[in-house]
Design a protein around this ligand. Structure first.
Ligand code: DCP
Ligand code: MG
Length: 415
């Protein structure tokens, strides 16, 4: 850890930059990407807009009061994922150890490079490569650990290229407000301010025990970060993120109505799990297995969502496509993949306050009375099928009994 060197990359005004590649007349203008309905929020905005105090997460109505001349775009489905993948591929081809932290953010462990190449030059060349090959502007910070590198990126944005060597860490941190430490949210900041602590220097000079007394366990790492210390490792990037559920039937079944109902329930279960983890998915897959163990699957890419009924609709269609033999089934499963964190594209593409309210209510009932307390009944046929389903003698294998085919349930892992 002692000689660790970490680079943090973050694309500048990512969604806006992608939109500008599609429509260069947006260059140099105040642009907002975000939800346009009554409860819509700003996903991101150009620096020309930020000059008026507009920022991500701000209600759109407020943003437009601050910057009425801004051009508002609803966002383009598929565009940001495409560019994110292009940048990821460039980084992955060059970087010794790469972690993708979000749709436009990457950590690279570049510890071993300094003697041979001059790490700063190497990181600059990588930033140039990204911009030359994709057209997207990017900033980076280079320093002794992940937190320091991220803070260097934030300090240098846009088009930032900031290197903070070990002997400059303290001088960099000391004058900054405590809110610049990435783990300090609104409530931690308010608490620190109420104690008269505004600058990182003040926090760094407190005893670690005192900070721990105020913030519990979290206090220790907060104090360390104020002193430029962070032990977090750059975790290698992994594309595969999915959650799945499947059942092996005790008695093989070919009752398609019951299977349709069951697949709807599986989607409901997975969607609830996604929502409780604050995630969304954009790929649905269905797998079936016949008694002779022959196994088939079909998948479809959909706009990112975490709504039960959207997954259920696609899963039911996939089941009809994949279930071709007139034979009973031994196993059926659903997998949701291409997971992203809530707060990204979601705000734009599924900006439906009514559905949000509905799912909020469903989740609070499920939270209080258990996951089985509510179920969708979309049709009479479904009601009948649910009755039959109760008579099914099912041997629940539940999540991931067959990881080779259905993928791993790794939603609980933090990115
Ligand atoms: N995003 C979003 N909702 C948020 C925050 C971000 O939809 N509340 C999306 C839009 C951003 C993208 O994620 O373009 C990346 O987020 P960043 O925080 O990196 O913000 P930007 O890249 O837009 O700007 P910056 O130049 O500050 O990195
Ligand atoms: Mg960014």
């Amino acid at each position: 850890m002692e000689n660790q060197l970490v680079a943090h990359f973050d694309l500048d005004t990512f969604f806006v930059s992608c939109e500008r590649l599609v429509d260069p007349t947006l260059n140099g203008k105040a642009v907002i990407v975000g939800g346009t309905r009554s409860r819509g929020v700003v996903s991101t905005c150009s620096y020309e807009t930020r000059a008026f105090g507009v920022h991500s997460g701000m209600p759109m109505a407020q943003a437009l009061r601050l910057c009425p001349q801004a051009i508002v775009l609803k966002g383009t489905s598929g565009l940001y994922g495409k560019y994110s993948k292009m940048v990821t591929d460039i980084m992955a081809a060059e970087a010794p150890v790469l972690e993708k932290a979000s749709i436009d953010e990457f950590y690279l462990d570049v510890s071993g490079l300094e003697q041979n190449f001059g790490t700063y030059k190497w990181v600059c060349a990588l930033a140039d490569k990204v911009t030359n090959e994709t057209g997207l502007p990017i900033s980076f910070g280079l320093s002794t650990n992940k937190t320091m590198a991220k803070m260097a990126t934030n300090a240098g944005k846009p088009n930032g290229r900031l290197y903070i060597p070990p002997d400059k860490v303290k001088a960099f941190l000391n004058p900054l407000p405590v809110s610049d430490i990435p783990m300090v949210g609104k409530s931690t900041c308010a608490k620190l301010n109420s104690l008269g602590i505004y600058k990182i220097k003040q926090l760094a000079e407190m005893s670690p025990e005192a900070v721990e007394n105020i913030f519990g366990k979290y206090g220790k790492s907060l104090w360390r970060k104020a002193n430029g210390v962070h032990y977090g490792k750059v975790a290698p990037y992994s594309e595969r993120k999915s959650i799945s559920v499947e059942r092996t039937f005790f008695q093989n079944t070919y009752d398609i109505e019951s299977l349709q109902t069951l697949i709807g329930q599986m989607c409901e279960k997975l969607a609830f799990q996604l929502r409780s983890e604050g995630k969304l998915a954009s790929c649905v897959a269905v797998k079936i297995r016949y008694p002779d163990f022959s196994t088939y699957s079909q998948q479809v890419k959909i706009p990112v969502t975490n709504y039960d009924q959207i997954f259920a609709k696609h899963a039911k269609e996939l089941l009809l496509k994949v279930y071709k033999k007139n034979e009973p089934l031994r196993l059926m499963g659903v997998r949701l993949s291409n997971l992203v964190k809530e707060g990204y594209q979601y705000d734009i593409f599924y900006d439906d306050p009514k559905l949000d309210e509905l799912y909020g209510a469903i989740d609070s009932v499920k939270g209080k009375f258990g996951k089985a307390s509510l179920q969708w009944l979309s049709s009479k046929a479904d009601k009948e099928a649910v009755k039959k389903e109760k008579r099914f003698n099912l041997n629940r294998t539940d999540v991931n009994s067959d990881p080779d085919l259905i993928g791993r349930k790794n939603i609980k892992g933090k990115d």
